[in-house]
Write a protein that binds this ligand. Structure first.
Ligand SMILES: [Zn+2]
Length: 301
């Protein structure tokens, strides 16, 4: 999250993806593995069909009405799509309350709906790189070691955080922040969007602020994101005000996570101030959030 969250990347700039390397095909073992994958995928899809065939529980709809402001802004078809995503995320992920927090359907549904909002326009596999979601009542501390520059001695410190996304591990969240972020959908900050954007970034095994996408889209993405990231770093160093949270200047992975928060929470301002950045995010997420929230704003008294 913007404040106090550990950086997950130290990449110097938004990277251009290296040419893909194909594994050598052929051999019985490869075909056997392919067959197993097909069978696993078939079972998984069948299970998902069963899960989403069940009616969406009215008590879950009440949670969305209460805790997820974006829910009310979605057209009916996207609401139904989000309901199915929530059903699968709630059923498939391992949910665990930590620090004395008892896991409830309210927590699962509130988090799943916000995470699922990122997926609405994507070809996705329900965050296949997220097996577990751990939730604390509020913030928590993370032990971290760093090398003291003067003494060259390793220092231990405990850093307060609101959430983290581990590359080969769980998403960890503060329930208070996740709920607050869901209830206020327009303040530009959202812990769940932030951490699950990291997991989208990590889908290709790299933490470089660039989630998987097609080559044509990638070229534009790298050009626009690099420029916007450099601009944020410059303005942050100069102490000038920025629409994007200065935490995004930490590294490219944080830049993508922070830009995602703004794209969903303050899209009209993002489009006004950074139209090219808005456009590449719109093309990636395949959602026109400015149109959605702009219309919602007009409808309000
Ligand atoms: Zn982050």
């Amino acid at each position: 999250m913007g404040q106090g969250a550990p950086s997950t990347s130290s990449s110097p700039g938004v990277s251009r993806r290296a040419a893909p390397v194909f594994l050598a095909a052929g051999g019985d073992s490869g075909q056997g593995l392919f067959g197993l994958t097909m069978i696993f995928s078939w079972f998984k899809n069948r299970r998902r069909k069963t899960i989403t065939r069940d009616p969406f529980p009215p008590s879950w709809t009440a949670v969305l009405d209460r805790n997820v402001e974006h829910w009310a802004l979605l057209p009916v078809a996207e609401r139904q799509q989000l309901e199915r995503i929530v059903q699968v995320l709630v059923a498939e992920k391992h949910w665990e309350g930590c620090g004395g927090l008892e896991m409830t359907d309210e927590i699962k549904v509130t988090v799943s709906a916000q995470a699922g909002l990122l997926l609405l326009g994507l070809d996705h596999d329900y965050f296949r790189n997220v097996l577990s979601v751990l939730v604390y009542p509020a913030g928590y501390v993370l032990p971290r070691t760093h090398l003291d520059g003067d003494s060259l001695v390793t220092q231990e410190e405990r850093v307060p955080v609101l959430g983290t996304a581990h590359q080969r591990g769980p998403v960890v969240l503060s329930w208070r922040s996740a709920r607050q972020g869901g209830r206020d959908g327009r303040d530009g900050r959202n812990l769940v969007f932030h951490e699950f954007a990291h997991k989208l970034d990590m889908l290709d095994g790299l933490v470089d602020g660039t989630p998987p996408m097609g080559d044509t889209q990638l070229e534009q993405w790298v050009a626009v994101m690099t420029k916007a990231y450099d601009r944020l770093r410059r303005r942050t160093q100069e102490g000038r005000p920025t629409l994007l949270d200065p935490y995004g200047a930490t590294d490219v992975a944080e830049f993508f996570a922070v830009a995602t928060e703004l794209f969903f929470e303050k899209p009209v301002q993002l489009q006004d101030r950074h139209p090219r950045l808005y456009a590449v995010l719109r093309d990636f997420y395949r959602q026109d959030t400015a149109a959605r929230l702009g219309q919602g704003r007009k409808g309000a008294c």
